[in-house]
Design a binder for this molecule. Structure first.
Ligand SMILES: [Fe+2]
Length: 165
């Protein structure tokens, strides 16, 4: 299909982020299982719930557009998640593993922040104010999650154990 308009590109980008969210739904339970840190586990579990709502929001937008969300695989997210999986197989001290899990999760968040920022802007340009508002909601949540992960990295992770000798 030729993408000859911003509207078509908008739909393509929405499909991309839809696929990304679906992949994240699969990855988050694995990450929650991997950490020994209660706070971090809670953060992953909470974000899993949030992600389910974010998928529902996208479903609503696709309904409004009269389009299917399927038909695209987000290769960017596939790569990020694959990298995370490899990392989780490494032999690491629990505190170091937590730091690595946070790093992996924040890369995912930043990908999402870029994607949602883009589609929110397109929605505004296309005069789709309702879409823009819905997408902004998710964008805010992703931003909050990112900040929370930074806080966890700074406070919950046992830095002294990690520094070693
Ligand atoms: Fe998300």
């Amino acid at each position: 299909m030729e993408i000859d308009s911003l509207r078509k590109l908008y739909v393509e980008e929405l499909k991309d982020i839809y696929s990304a969210e679906k992949q994240i739904l699969q990855a988050l339970p694995r990450m929650a299982k991997k950490t020994k840190n209660q706070e971090l586990r809670k953060a992953f579990e909470m974000h899993l719930e949030q992600t389910r709502m974010q998928v529902e929001r996208l479903d609503r937008i696709f309904e409004m557009l009269g389009k299917s969300p399927r038909g695209k695989k987000c290769k960017g997210m596939e790569g990020l998640i694959e990298e995370g999986k490899e990392m989780m197989q490494e032999d690491m001290e629990p505190d170091v593993m937590d730091a690595a899990l946070i790093a992996s999760a924040q890369k995912v968040e930043h990908y999402e922040i870029a994607s949602y920022g883009t589609v929110r802007t397109y929605a505004n340009l296309l005069g789709e104010k309702d879409h823009a508002r819905i997408l902004q909601e998710t964008l805010n949540e992703e931003g909050e999650t990112d900040k929370q992960l930074t806080r966890l990295a700074e406070s919950q992770i046992n830095v002294e154990a990690m520094v070693g000798t």
